[in-house]
Design a protein around this ligand. Structure first.
Ligand SMILES: *Cc1c(COP(=O)(O)O)cnc(C)c1O
Length: 228
């Protein structure tokens, strides 16, 4: 568990998290590695988003397309270096809206969705970077490709998607040690020749960074508890 002082401002917590990420990467033998902090802004009140932007945060994760549109569409013009990542499940009928808004889609997990994204790319002229979501715990209620199917799925996606696949993403089961899942995701990435890993949330981002995360998704640990 990583504890950041509750009394810090968002800017203070952000600085502390960035420092912890750098230390953890170093402890994992990756000194100087850039571990991207993805600020998960879902359900957070607007003043907190403004505070994060003022502190220099530019990479944000959202898990609902419509909520993200409401929050970010107008801000696009204001912040040219904004990077928006979809980290929640995507329905094929929302693919066009998602492709129009997001720079990265982290939850690609089926061919039907890939084809919808392709069609949307054609229509919008945009080409989001893609991560394959892996269901490392093989939980029936959770999205993602199960580990044994990952190599074939990644190959299939490389053939289908012109931009290729940037990396793998996972959300470990809450009741199991996250380290096993992070190590499994890192192993799958090595096996498939992928260099980017999206793993680690508020409770375990430092552990994830130590085990090879190139981006961590932190919501409550940065913004404070979600109120919604
Ligand atoms: C909400 C969410 C997070 C952030 O969770 P915290 O525990 O608040 O850091 C990270 N990843 C995904 C996929 C999420 O849906």
């Amino acid at each position: 568990m990583t504890h950041t002082p509750e009394n810090l401002t968002i800017a203070g917590r952000r600085a502390a998290i960035l420092e912890e990420l750098a230390e953890a990467a170093k402890a994992g033998g990756r000194e100087g590695a850039d571990v991207r902090l993805v600020a998960v802004s879902k359900v957070q009140p607007e003043p907190r988003i403004e505070e994060a932007l003022a502190a220099g945060q530019r990479v944000f994760g959202e898990n609902r397309v419509q909520e993200a549109q409401t929050r970010w569409t107008a801000r696009r013009a204001q912040y040219a270096d904004l990077e928006l990542r979809l980290i929640g499940p995507l329905q094929t009928n929302k693919a066009e809206d998602a492709v129009a808004l997001f720079d990265v889609i982290e939850t690609l997990d089926r061919e039907k969705l890939a084809r919808a994204i392709l069609k949307a790319m054609d229509k919008t002229g945009r080409s989001p970077r893609l991560y394959v979501q892996v269901n490392t715990g093989e939980e029936p209620q959770k999205a993602g490709v199960i580990p044994k199917d990952v190599p074939a799925f990644v190959e299939e996606m490389r053939a289908l998607m012109p931009q290729g696949i940037e990396g793998l993403m996972c959300i470990p089961p809450v009741e199991e040690p996250a380290s096993l899942h992070f190590a499994l995701l890192a192993k799958l990435a090595r096996e498939t020749g992928l260099s980017h890993l999206s793993m680690g949330m508020s409770a375990d981002y430092a552990l994830a960074a130590r085990l090879g995360a190139t981006s961590v998704r932190v919501g409550s640990g940065l913004f404070g508890e979600r109120e919604g």
